[in-house]
Design a protein around this ligand. Structure first.
Ligand SMILES: O=C(O)C1=C[C@@H](OP(=O)(O)O)[C@@H](O)[C@H](O)C1
Ligand SMILES: C=C(OP(=O)(O)O)C(=O)O
Length: 448
């Protein structure tokens, strides 16, 4: 959260005139798309990403990899050759090289996953991004890469902007990092590790690691690309991951829908006592958004996973919740929005690291919900939310996509909520306003 917001464009959040009843097709996962791009660029043969997410974060990733020499062709695939239809990206790995400039925007995945790739490239790669990217932690990646043999010029900042002087190869080997401020430090070093001469033995030292499902996603995707990975969970040493040096295969990967971006739509079913179906909800996934089935059920709804997708049904009652969100931190803004509309108090724990996300999410949610008449207070590691009758007003979003979608959820039940800079949802869900309006439009309501 920084000073007075500069964006003045206001989007009147539509109120729900009754229970929503809709099917909402959610675009691909940001986390899977950006891991898929990195692994494909490091592979020894071309690969495909089908139904990739096309949003600011993923386009920045694609652009950065192109700048380092990777071929990425964006095509609309026909039904022949695959049964997914729609958009498909062909990724053609090539010798990675500088000089190049990478704009990370405010994408944690780009600013953290790409410096190890740049260390493998030949030549200088300059990294910079939005002002907020200078404040987001990067020390685990910088210190880790240096310990593995990389040359990085960050002018002593320990953060962006910086230049990675790629030497065309990296020794790799043993390294210790403190990844308690972001799981992405671990994912970043593991993703490129098969290409390090000695692979990696990565040890996390420090407080608890957040976002474990995202680390599992990294490990699963590495294994699917042919890498040999040892994890603490598979009977390995606690806090230690090992990746062997190996070639990576080019894959043909269909990207799952982004379950964290499904959150506001499921929340709409919950807070209006309606029903929303998300097609293609995966039966098994490492995405943290899958936890919404449990969390939103505890908050008063019910869900059913069928061949049609996930159908979530609200009952008209919304309960508070006491929950540790350390594993699923990116769901916090959406859960806070629902909690502000509940019939009892909520305590959201385990998310102190959200103070260093797109904005200080704990401060921003507290301030903005309280300005609508709410009673939210920050705890050491989260939020305490006591529901109060809310009123309309401007909800500032601090360039944070999840603040904007959280505000839209509140706006379903509170007349006169105006969301500042709803366009910031383009970070991961450019179509959000259209999808939201269509969900609410009677003409689009589910038939039968
Ligand atoms: O690896 C990933 O794709 C992500 C990991 C998490 O980061 P943190 O561990 O920094 O919270 C999550 O919040 C972010 O949205 C995406
Ligand atoms: C924390 C998030 O993003 P990033 O990948 O930029 O860390 C998020 O999407 O909620």
């Amino acid at each position: 959260m920084t000073g007075t917001p500069e964006h003045t464009a206001l989007w009147p959040a539509p109120i729900a005139s009754g229970p929503v009843d809709a099917t909402v097709t959610v675009p691909g996962s940001k986390s899977v798309t950006n891991r898929g791009l990195v692994l494909a660029a490091l592979a020894s043969e071309p690969g495909w990403l089908r139904r990739p997410l096309r949003s600011r974060d993923t386009l920045l990733m694609a652009e950065a990899l192109r700048a380092m020499g990777t071929g990425i062709e964006e095509t609309i695939s026909s039904s022949s050759g695959d049964d997914t239809g729609g958009e498909a990206w062909r990724i053609i790995p090539a010798g990675l090289h500088g000089p190049a400039a990478v704009d990370v925007g405010n994408a944690g995945t780009v600013m953290r996953f790409l410096p190890p790739v740049a260390a493998l490239a030949d030549g200088p790669i300059r990294f910079d991004g939005d002002p907020r990217s200078h404040e987001r932690p990067l020390h685990g990646v910088i210190d880790g890469l240096r310990a593995l043999g990389a040359r990085i010029d960050d002018e002593g900042r320990g953060s962006l902007p910086m230049t990675v002087h790629g030497g065309g190869a990296l020794d790799g080997g043993r390294v210790e990092i403190d990844a308690s401020s972001s799981s992405q430090f671990v994912s970043a070093l593991l993703l490129s590790a098969p290409r390090f001469n000695q692979g990696i033995e990565l040890r996390h030292v420090g407080r608890a690691l957040p976002s474990m499902p995202h680390i599992r996603m990294t490990v699963d995707m590495l294994r699917a690309a042919g890498a040999a990975v040892d994890t603490p969970e598979a009977g390995g040493e606690p806090g230690v991951w090992r990746v062997a040096h190996s070639a990576l295969l080019g894959r043909d990967l269909v990207v799952e829908p982004d379950l964290s971006n499904a959150q506001p739509f499921l929340a709409a079913a919950l807070v209006t006592g309606g029903r929303v179906t998300i097609p293609d909800w995966p039966e098994h996934t490492t995405q943290p958004g899958d936890a919404l089935r449990r969390i939103f059920t505890e908050m008063g709804g019910a869900c059913e996973l069928t061949s049609e997708g996930l159908t979530f049904t609200g009952t008209g009652r919304v309960h508070g919740i006491d929950v540790d969100l350390g594993d699923v931190g990116e769901l916090t803004p959406g859960i806070a929005a629902v909690a502000a509309l509940a019939d009892s108090e909520s305590v959201l724990r385990g998310v102190a690291h959200l103070r260093l996300h797109e904005t200080d999410r704990l401060a921003a949610l507290t301030k903005e919900i309280n300005e609508l008449g709410g009673d939210v207070s920050e705890t050491e590691d989260g939020l305490r939310i006591r529901p109060r009758p809310l009123h309309g007003g401007i909800f500032h979003t601090y360039d944070d996509h999840r603040l904007a979608t959280a505000a839209a959820v509140i706006g379903l039940r509170v007349e006169g909520v105006e969301v500042e800079n709803v366009a910031t949802t383009a970070k991961t869900l450019p179509d959000f306003p259209r999808l939201w309006t269509e969900m609410l439009s009677p003409a689009r309501a589910r038939k039968g």
